[in-house]
Design a protein around this ligand. Structure first.
Ligand SMILES: [Zn+2]
Length: 230
């Protein structure tokens, strides 16, 4: 496993506005996942400019960043003291997903990149680091890294992605918004409520339970449609 990292020169980084301090690998004990909470199209340079000009920091706050295409960007780098999580800037390697995990699905490529980066950290340190998310740390008043990344970390970031996550749903479930009313769904179909965000049918499958629920829902809709056309 190796990870290719886009260095600062290649994303047109500016120089830090003041000195960046570093620590030893012994002090780096945590791998902390963040999200930028902005659009996935935001560039690393834009984030750096915001951190330096807007927040008055020395440099981009994170040690690394990952975009939704799975590219990894060097922020402050492995051993730098970051500006990413209060009381954890020395001990943490802060890795930021560029995007808002409350709003967008984090791509498999991005997840693989984050895992590869973790693997590289372990290789360099010579022992595992604690994996966590920004808001999962004590005394952090933030919802970072958003719902999807938080759930992913809590589910065990390094465990393999469910097979179903890797396939696209070949046919859209036949759902009229009318049938999305909770009362129309029985207990077996409960997980579908999470799947049908805002009445829109997502084309990704999140797990075998969801697949089963969709099949059940389709069967149920067929029955209802058949009854209505009688
Ligand atoms: Zn954060």
């Amino acid at each position: 496993m190796s990870v290719s990292i886009i260095n600062r020169r290649n994303w047109n980084a500016r120089s830090p506005s003041s000195s960046i301090f570093t620590v030893s690998w012994r002090e780096k004990t945590e791998f902390i996942v963040h999200h930028s909470a902005g659009p996935t199209s935001q560039t690393v340079r834009q984030i750096q400019d915001y951190h330096i000009n807007g927040k008055g920091w020395s440099d981009i706050g994170y040690n690394f960043l990952v975009d939704n295409d799975g590219h990894v960007y060097e922020g402050r780098g492995w051993l730098a003291v970051g500006a990413q999580a209060k009381n954890h800037n020395r001990s943490g390697i802060g890795v930021c997903f560029i995007g808002d995990s409350n709003k967008v699905t984090v791509s498999l490529k991005a997840k693989e990149a984050i895992k590869d980066l973790y693997g590289e950290a372990v290789r360099r340190k010579g022992s595992p680091l604690r994996i966590t998310g920004h808001g999962l740390l004590k005394d952090q008043a933030t919802s970072c890294p958003g719902n999807r990344l938080r759930n992913w970390i809590l589910a065990g970031m390094l465990s393999p992605e469910p097979e179903e996550d890797k396939m696209e749903l070949s046919t859209r479930v036949k759902v009229d918004p009318f049938w999305l009313d909770k009362k129309q769904l029985d207990r077996d179909n409960y997980p579908v409520e999470h799947f049908l965000v805002g009445g829109l049918v997502e084309t990704r499958v999140y797990g075998s339970q969801i697949m089963e629920a969709l099949n059940n829902l389709n069967k149920r809709l067929d029955t209802i449609e058949a009854k209505l056309s009688d």
